[in-house]
Design a protein around this ligand. Sequence first.
Ligand code: SF4
Ligand code: SF4
Length: 181
Amino acid sequence: MNIFKKIFFVDFIKGLSLTFKYNVSKSFTLRYPDEEKWIPYQRFRGLHTLNRDAQGRELCVACELCAKACPTQCITVIPMEDDRGIGIADRIAKVYKIDLVRCMFCGLCEDACPTTAVRMGRDYELACFTLECGVADKQKLLAPQEIPVEFEGGYVVKARLERNKEGIKIKPDLSKRKRWW
Ligand code: SF4
Ligand code: SF4
């Protein structure tokens, strides 16, 4: 059988046919970022979110377990007492920040959190030009993300231009979507 394969270049022909198949198959080109955006699956680990309960109270009780579990020690939590009802307990985070430059998006902080306050989100456009802007503070982490948690992933959506105080941003238009494959 091996001699037969060698004489008739069977493996060579198999390889060539595979290459040829890809030459004539439909190509997948994503016109990112100006025209199209990729919506990752729900299990994707992008920028973290700090969450609230149904009454809008902060779920973070500043226990620092996420900071302890973080292998790169990129989470800073400074707790404070607050009885104004901002959080679910009288202890909230005065400072909560994540250094995204050091973060490896492993998700261990999410696993360690006893109140489901910190979750890995799906925002992935995190590039910036300074080390300072790579630090996500509490305000940024509490802000709603562009892709809602319940929105199913695995889609390509249209991009739309949006002007705001910081300039022009290209945002995903979740109403127009198509499957990636
Ligand atoms: S994802 Fe991993 S590295 Fe990033 S903050 Fe959480 S535990 Fe730390
Ligand atoms: S995010 Fe969770 S684990 Fe981290 S300090 Fe807040 S409650 Fe504790």
